[in-house]
Design a protein. Structure first.
Length: 249
């Protein structure tokens, strides 16, 4: 266990699986009191138990980021938030002509509106406390480029990037640093099987160094932006993609 974030309370959304679970694990190992928030309570409880067994400090909150009442309830039940990792997100892969209004709303409500609602609620709390804070929005390289079948996802992530800059501009005077991490392709339980398929292997072969990242490849960026070393960084989108954007994957 590290003491880097000792005494800090970190709220992680979308913490029930994937990158959110990894982020929560890393922050707990760095000494933060981690609040795990997502819709799947059973998965949250299992992760919290795992973190506590490893010597960490964790609790859970049921959260739907698309529901403003749910967002307010979680933030009100978590006084003293020092760090927000705004991670909850979904993806729907369809050609533009096949995307329904419901598809569009689902992606935008979770990936853009949900990020906004969380940042706004936590930011208000941080401003009232007058002790500053760190907000880290999880974006994507698709906020800088586009791929077939992921148009709405890319649009939402581009919005997250601009939101990050807008919040950083307004909240700098309150000592709130707002930044984003834009991961490239990262292997998780959701996509692991895909990368083992023929199509997945062909995609990897087109990448700059013919590999995808692992969740731990984001650890350093997360700890930088959540820790004291980022006191002079705000409004930045930190791309962690092994050069995938350079190749236009």
């Amino acid at each position: 266990m590290s003491s880097l974030l000792s005494g800090k309370t970190a709220l992680v959304t979308g913490a029930s699986s994937g990158l959110g679970a990894r982020f929560a694990t890393v922050l707990a190992a760095a000494g933060a009191h981690v609040v795990l928030a997502a819709r799947r309570q059973d998965a949250l409880d299992a992760l919290a138990a795992q973190l506590r067994a490893a010597g960490g400090n964790a609790e859970t909150r049921a959260l739907d980021v698309t529901d403003s009442a749910s967002v307010r309830a979680v933030v009100e039940a978590t006084p003293g938030i020092d760090i927000l990792v705004n991670n909850a997100g979904i993806s729907i892969e369809k050609l533009v002509a096949e995307v329904t209004e419901d598809d569009y709303d689902a992606v935008m409500d979770t990936n853009l509106k949900g990020v906004w609602l969380m940042a706004q609620a936590v930011g208000r709390q941080m401003i009232a406390r007058q002790q500053g804070g760190k907000i880290v929005n999880i974006s994507s390289v698709l906020g800088q480029m586009v791929l077939t079948r992921l148009s709405v996802y890319a649009m939402a992530k581009a919005g997250v990037n601009q939101m990050t800059r807008a919040l950083a501009l307004e909240w700098a005077r309150h000592d709130i640093e707002v930044n984003a991490i834009a991961p490239g392709y990262i292997r998780t339980e959701i996509n692991r099987a895909f990368f083992d398929t023929e199509i997945g292997r062909k995609l990897i072969d087109r990448m700059l160094r013919r590999r995808v990242g692992e969740p731990e490849d984001l650890d350093a960026a997360l700890l930088l932006l959540c820790g004291p070393g980022s006191r002079f960084i705000t409004g930045s989108v930190l791309t962690v993609d092994d050069g995938q954007v350079l190749k236009g994957i």
